[in-house]
Design a protein around this ligand. Structure first.
Ligand code: HAM
Length: 421
């Protein structure tokens, strides 16, 4: 049997985890400073939740969901976090407890896309959602937070693209204008877009097919059909971003692949590096109608999700070094017992202690200590035990000295902290 991970679903081994954790830490620090609190929702939800929120005629719902039936339930492994968070917000009646809610989340999502660099079937998203705030101040704040976040993540050359989809009436007007442009070109469209044309013409705009792209050249811009309130909202967003000095470009043809969006839409794109074609680092926007459509009260919302794997591809971030790391090398069984005790004492002081308990030769253990990345090695044999000392080797300075056993924990913690001792 050929035991391999499922295609498009990757292992993250300990050597890589340092970079992941650093990204997660920076995400948490920055979102917490902006008032977001973490929520954890299940990976499985009712399939109908995704169909109703993301839209029936979308790539994700039509082609990419991992769905199955179990115990009379139709279930789907979440392809994104917004729908589940909205369900939880409603189920726990959070709207009746607080006027504005700021939630963040971090976790794996599942979409059966064709795997490529930066495009996986299990991928991680870090996202934020704001409920109960109509913007545009919160829209500008969120986009500015993302720019700060990518700077802290060491991602160079990001660009922010914004647009407004408008609200109900604007969208109906735009749909008509877009259909007027696309219908005469129907025969040039891909099969899929021909099929979707009447039901959801907006999807043609974000199709990857070259034929669809060509047919969309010269398509009307959403910004030309915005109603007065929608335009005032979008102008407000731009003024706030200008005041913040947050760079952005406006693209009147930016649409995104999910149906719940209204008004503000944005994407953060990366350039160059290892990112390649999958340059959408992060996407988000307003979804002012979703909570109502799921049976809740009028609740304007905005959110985003960023792909962690794509951030890793684009980022120059280095893992934090293992600064507090000591290697313990005992010679003989009595020394093994003695260093078991010392290891416990060091760990109680939050020092990472690795005990080589396999009974090997001194030379082998020293070689391992050097390979391990530890700053210090503690050597103990019968001689040291009799004299009540340990031999402390500084693996960077390549010096060694004897230290009394009863002060070794203090000496090591001082030296690891950089204090003279
Ligand atoms: P999305 O644009 O579908 O939006 O996904 C957001 C981000 O997730 C993308 O920009 C990308 O970095 C990452 N991503 C998506 N699919 C994959 C994949 N197959 N492999 C690797 N990374 C991927 C949403 O999911 C919305 N829920 C965002 C949102 C939150 N809107 C409002 N609130």
């Amino acid at each position: 049997m050929n035991l391999r991970a499922v295609k498009g679903m990757n292992d993250v081994l300990p050597d890589e985890i340092g970079r992941w954790r650093k990204i997660e830490r920076i995400f948490r620090e920055i979102t917490e400073a902006h008032g977001f609190r973490e929520v954890r929702t299940p990976i499985l939800e009712q399939t109908s939740l995704f169909v109703r929120s993301m839209g029936e005629v979308t790539d994700v719902v039509e082609k990419e969901m991992y769905s199955f039936a179990r115990h009379d339930d139709e279930l789907t492994m979440r392809p994104e976090g917004t729908a589940g968070a909205a369900r939880a917000y409603l189920e726990h009646k959070v709207h009746s407890k607080e006027a504005v809610t700021r939630w963040s989340y971090l976790g794996p999502m599942f979409r059966g896309e064709r795997p490529a660099r930066g495009r996986l079937r299990q991928f991680w998203q870090a996202g934020c959602e704001v409920y109960g705030d109509q913007g545009p101040v919160s829209d500008a704040e969120m986009i500015d937070m993302l720019v700060t976040l990518y700077r802290e993540l060491g991602v160079q050359n990001v660009s922010v693209v914004i647009n407004s989809l408008g609200s109900g009436e604007t969208r109906a007007r735009y749909r008509d204008a877009l259909l007027a442009h696309l219908l005469p070109r129907r025969a040039e469209l891909s099969e899929e877009s021909q099929r979707r044309l009447e039901k959801n013409p907006l999807r043609v705009l974000d199709s990857k097919s070259a034929a669809d792209k060509a047919a969309c050249v010269g398509a009307p811009s959403l910004l030309d059909v915005l109603g007065d309130d929608d335009r005032a909202h979008f102008d407000g967003l731009r003024r706030h971003l200008d005041a913040l000095g947050t760079p952005y470009v406006v693209d009147g043809n930016l649409v995104r692949g999910l149906d719940y969006y209204t008004r503000t839409l944005f994407e953060v794109r990366g350039e160059g590096g290892e990112l390649g074609a999958q340059n959408a680092l992060c996407g988000g926007g307003r979804y002012d109608k979703l909570i109502e459509e799921l049976g809740g009260p009028v609740t304007p919302c905005i959110g985003f999700a960023l792909g962690i794997e794509r951030a890793l591809l684009a980022s120059a971030i280095e893992p934090e070094p293992r600064a507090n790391f000591v290697y313990l090398a005992p010679l003989g069984e009595a020394a093994q017992s003695a260093l078991l005790v010392l290891a416990r004492e060091l760990r109680a002081q939050k020092v990472e202690a690795q005990l080589d308990g396999r009974g090997q030769k001194l030379k082998t253990m020293l070689h391992r200590a050097e390979q391990s990345g530890a700053r210090f090695a503690v050597l103990v044999g019968d001689g040291e035990l009799q004299r009540g000392v340990v031999t402390l080797k500084d693996l960077t300075a390549r010096t060694q000295e004897e230290i009394a056993r009863d002060v070794v924990v203090r000496v090591l913690t001082d030296r690891l902290a950089g204090a003279p001792s």
